[in-house]
Ligand binder design. Structure first.
Ligand code: FAD
Length: 283
């Protein structure tokens, strides 16, 4: 089923999983998805290793999602890819029955100045996939606090509108811990002509280091309430996790008052904390 069709009827709830390391069996991810199936997710997105690393495992992950009866949405990054590479990899997803795909440029590996492939940005990839695989419903990435390398917020919003014009029928946002920032972004995007549904990406706050790493690497802000938790529970991981889960549940609650089309939670391949958070948020 096409996610764009589901989004016409309801606000979605979805999860993101990533392929485990080569030596780790898929069972743990399958278990996570089985446990989270109680929330009846509308789809499961499967991340793509930067530069195509773990490529085979990505397909295996999508197959795992499909086998447990959920809709899979593969992520695909075009860094370092030729047109032929794109056709081959996406052909693999099509053979598995993909109807949706998140089309991304991907991050430059250290030392790279360009993509070293046939596509410079996600917009070109969207156009190409749209021509080669017109049956796919395409999604693209959105950045509520702007992409780290974008020269300005306005230019990044213009790129977002361009991705819509190039075939993205819905967007999923980068993680955002800041309700006010998401609200302002949505207002500006709508004013700029972005009419496609925007699903909010949420990273559960469970431990200090990943929050610091992910916010810094993505250029996201840490609102005062979260900064307070980080300071207060500096040496208390359990206290941090409890306060972080409460913060995430409150964020989910607040996001639902905004013009979002769905909630997309990064599971980090874990289910226990996510279950607690979703139940606290009223799911
Ligand atoms: P683009 O849309 O190409 O944007 C990249 C930068 O270029 C931005 O600054 C933008 O403003 C600018 N830009 C865009 N179009 C143009 C243009 N035509 N001309 C000039 N500048 C332009 N990474 C992974 O490796 N694997 C994943 O599975 C993965 N999943 C993700 C899922 C989501 C929901 C999100 C939000 C990100 C994900 N990422 C993933 C990270 C993503 O690959 C990086 O953020 C990457 O740096 C940008 O990808 P993009 O598709 O947004 O690129």
């Amino acid at each position: 089923m096409k996610i764009a069709e589901i989004l016409k009827k309801k606000r979605t709830l979805s999860f993101e999983v990533f392929p485990p390391k080569p030596e780790v069996p898929m069972d743990a991810v399958a278990n996570t998805l089985n446990k989270l199936s109680r929330f009846a997710p509308d789809f499961i997105s499967c991340t793509y290793g930067a530069g195509g690393s773990q490529r085979g495992r990505n397909l295996e992950l999508c197959a795992t999602v499909k086998n447990i009866g959920q809709i899979f949405v593969p992520h695909f990054t075009c860094i370092g890819s030729s047109r032929e590479d794109v056709i081959k990899v996406i052909g693999g997803f099509m053979d598995l029955g993909a109807e949706n795909l998140l089309a991304l440029r991907g991050d430059y590996p250290p030392g790279w100045e360009g993509t070293k492939g046939d596509f410079s940005h996600a917009d070109e990839l969207l156009v190409f996939i749209g021509k080669e695989f017109p049956q796919l419903s395409l999604c693209a990435a959105a950045y509520p606090e702007k992409h780290l390398t974008a020269p300005s917020f306005e230019s990044d919003i213009a790129c977002l509108k361009n991705k819509q014009d190039c075939g993205a029928s819905f967007f999923i946002t980068q993680l955002c811990h800041n309700n006010a920032a998401l609200e302002q972004f949505l207002e500006k995007a709508r004013k700029a002509g972005v009419s496609a549904p925007v699903i909010a990406g949420i990273m559960p706050i469970l431990s200090r280091e990943p929050v610091i790493r992910m916010t810094l690497s993505n250029g996201c802000s840490i609102p005062a309430e979260l900064a307070e938790i980080m300071g207060k529970y500096d040496k208390d991981p359990e206290g941090f996790a409890k306060a972080g889960m409460e913060f995430t549940a409150a964020l989910i609650h607040d996001f639902q008052k905004l013009d979002i089309a769905g909630l997309h939670l990064y599971t980090m391949n874990k289910w226990e904390a996510l279950t607690t958070i979703l139940q606290s948020a009223g799911f």
